[in-house]
Design a protein around this ligand. Structure first.
Ligand code: A3D
Length: 319
């Protein structure tokens, strides 16, 4: 069986980490693409990781390029092209620059990788993945945004630290847009199946501590930006997108929170927003509609309103 092909558009911090992780997991051959000015970075990272493969013991082909023709036959394209945040910036401040970049990248993908499953990471996420679907004209099941896996991974890690249990036994759900209005769902997050409200009752933690963990999750991206000062998180975002790519390539049908285009679910139509989905060889095979209580619904609706505003700004910028 021929190897799968994974194209990474954007060879920056996340792109390089994606390239390493995809190789280590032997997901397929990897193409790193960047703008002509940064072609050396794409080529350099490709060669550097290829040279690590004999030590790490994995087989994967690596190509660095600035030529979209090299995307031909890609099974998965992961897009990080754009600029990241600096301290004091919100994700929404990036829309002016990144919308133009996503438009150009989308046109390249449409022409050269028409059968790919496209995972967008570029911020502001929900608006950029919507724009990518519009520009490519691909089936919305084949264009998805990575945010919820990362946000819920942060939530899981904070909870595992609080409870002093393995991260593996903590599941967490985060809904809504990837921004300050995201909705970490306490009721649907568990330790080995025990919902968080029950753990409060059992004395494992207090409501106050839980509230502060929820807030830390919402601010998780800004916390890293504040520490790094020169850019935003890249290890956990890359790991999250790789989990989505793996579920698609291996038809694992994992249930993951992703930005998907809703068609009436949660009372939303035609907008990309974070919800639980099933990812398999058909792409986004199912959108899972969980029941929200009045408080969660109000938070979700607020998040939807924020994403709608951003989509309007994006439409103006992208033309
Ligand atoms: P960075 O290290 O700057 O890499 C971005 C790369 O994109 C650079 O190498 C650029 O040269 C390249 N690029 C710019 N324009 C183009 C183009 N037209 N075609 C191809 N490549 C281009 O950033 P990063 O990797 O740290 O972050 C990338 C994006 O991911 C940013 O927009 C971040 O805000 C976003 N991000 C999203 C999340 C989510 O959870 C959604 C998390 C972390 C970062």
């Amino acid at each position: 069986m021929a190897r799968k092909k994974i194209a990474l558009v954007g060879a920056g911090q996340i792109g390089g980490t994606l390239a390493l992780l995809a190789g280590q997991k032997e997901l397929g051959d990897i193409v790193l693409l960047d703008i002509p000015d940064a072609e050396g970075v794409a080529k350099g990272k490709a060669l550097d990781i290829a040279e690590a493969s004999p030590v790490e013991g994995f087989d994967a082909g690596y190509t660095g390029t600035s030529n979209y023709a090299d995307l031909a036959g890609a099974d998965v394209v992961i897009v990080t092209a754009g600029v990241p945040r600096k301290p004091g910036m919100s994700r929404d401040d990036l829309v002016g620059i990144n919308a133009k970049i996503i438009k150009a990248v989308g046109e390249g993908i449409r022409t050269h990788a028409p059968n790919a499953f496209v995972i967008v990471i570029t911020n502001p996420l929900d608006a950029m993945v919507g724009l990518m679907q519009q520009v490519t004209g691909f089936d919305p099941a084949k264009v998805v945004g990575m945010a919820g896996v990362l946000d819920s991974a942060r939530f899981r890690w904070f909870l595992a630290e609080e409870f002093k249990v393995s991260v593996e036994d903590v599941t967490a759900f985060v809904l809504g847009g990837h921004g300050d209005t995201m909705v970490p769902s306490v009721r649907y997050s568990t330790v080995a199946g025990i919902p968080l409200p029950d753990l409060v009752k059992m004395g494992w933690t207090t409501q106050e501590k839980l509230d502060s963990i929820v807030q830390r999750t919402r601010d998780g991206g800004a916390e890293i930006v504040g520490l790094l000062k020169t850019g935003s998180a890249f290890y956990a975002p890359a790991a999250s997108a790789i989990a989505m790519a793996e579920s698609y390539l291996k038809d694992k049908k994992r249930v993951m929170p992703c930005a998907a285009r809703l068609t009436g679910q949660y009372g939303v139509d035609g907008l990309y927003i974070g919800v639980p989905v099933v990812i398999g060889s058909g792409g986004v095979e199912k959108i899972v509609e969980i029941e929200l209580n009045a408080e969660e619904k109000a938070m979700f609706d607020k998040s939807v309103a924020a994403v709608k505003t951003l989509v309007e700004v994006t439409a103006k910028v992208a033309g």
